[in-house]
Design a protein around this ligand. Structure first.
Ligand SMILES: O=C(O)CCC(=O)C(=O)O
Ligand SMILES: [Mn+2]
Length: 213
């Protein structure tokens, strides 16, 4: 069927002070990004991490870049070594870096230089509970978050866990950038509804770029 929206230009939606949704920004790169994710996962496989409290996360994760986000019995940390393979995480692909550069510039953060990239894979029912991204030492730099595949509901609140939440549907190709006043805002993903996407089947993938040091 002819898709009248296939070449739709991206547009921006403000989310909060310092935060913006770049709708469909990554659509043109999506096929390449998915291919790269598969290749990265061949080196550092997706795994369901266990929190320090002993809870197995429903989201499967892997990383690329100089350091990767992981868990151990003491807490959350950025490590240069993948604890599953005992090897360094795979390097960040050029396509990833270029997308992060373009998105951070479009969102008003021209100096963003990520050293870490967390890749999340959501199967039907997987969720990410409300949390702050606060394991990074440099909070002047934003978070750049790319959504691919099956849509999901993103919750975005405030500095306190019980602040009111906005709920927005994140669809294939959407990029959310948050920094400045909203850098430490609570956020999460509601349980993924079963659906199929032509590029990702039943999965949603999310790539977050971070500057950790
Ligand atoms: O999957 C998402 O859209 C959000 C991911 C996230 O918040 C994280 O990885 O810290
Ligand atoms: Mn987060």
């Amino acid at each position: 069927m002819l898709d009248l929206f296939a070449d739709e230009a991206p547009w921006q939606e403000p989310l909060a002070e310092g935060a913006v949704i770049l709708r469909r920004f990554a659509c043109a790169d999506a096929q390449g990004l998915i291919a790269q994710i598969m290749q990265l996962a061949g080196q550092s496989p997706f795994r369901q991490m266990v929190t320090p409290g002993g809870y197995t996360m429903s989201v499967a994760m892997t990383n690329c870049g100089e350091v990767g986000w992981t868990t151990d019995s003491h807490g959350y940390l950025y490590s240069p070594i993948d604890p599953l393979t005992s090897q360094p995480w795979p390097a960040m692909p050029t396509l990833f870096r270029e997308l992060s550069d373009a998105a951070s510039k479009a969102a008003g953060y021209p100096d963003f230089a990520p050293d870490a990239c967390l890749i999340n894979r959501y199967a039907p029912g997987a969720k990410l509970s409300l949390h702050q991204d606060k394991d990074e030492l440099n909070l002047q730099q934003p978070i750049v978050s790319v959504s691919l595949g099956v849509p999901a509901v993103f919750q975005f609140g405030g500095l306190k866990r019980n602040d009111p939440l906005k709920r927005v549907m994140l669809e294939h190709g959407d990029v959310v950038v948050w920094g400045g006043a909203s850098r430490l805002f609570y956020h999460g993903i509601l349980p993924l509804k079963p659906a199929q996407h032509a590029l990702t089947n039943e999965y949603r993938y999310n790539i977050t770029f971070r500057h950790t040091r």
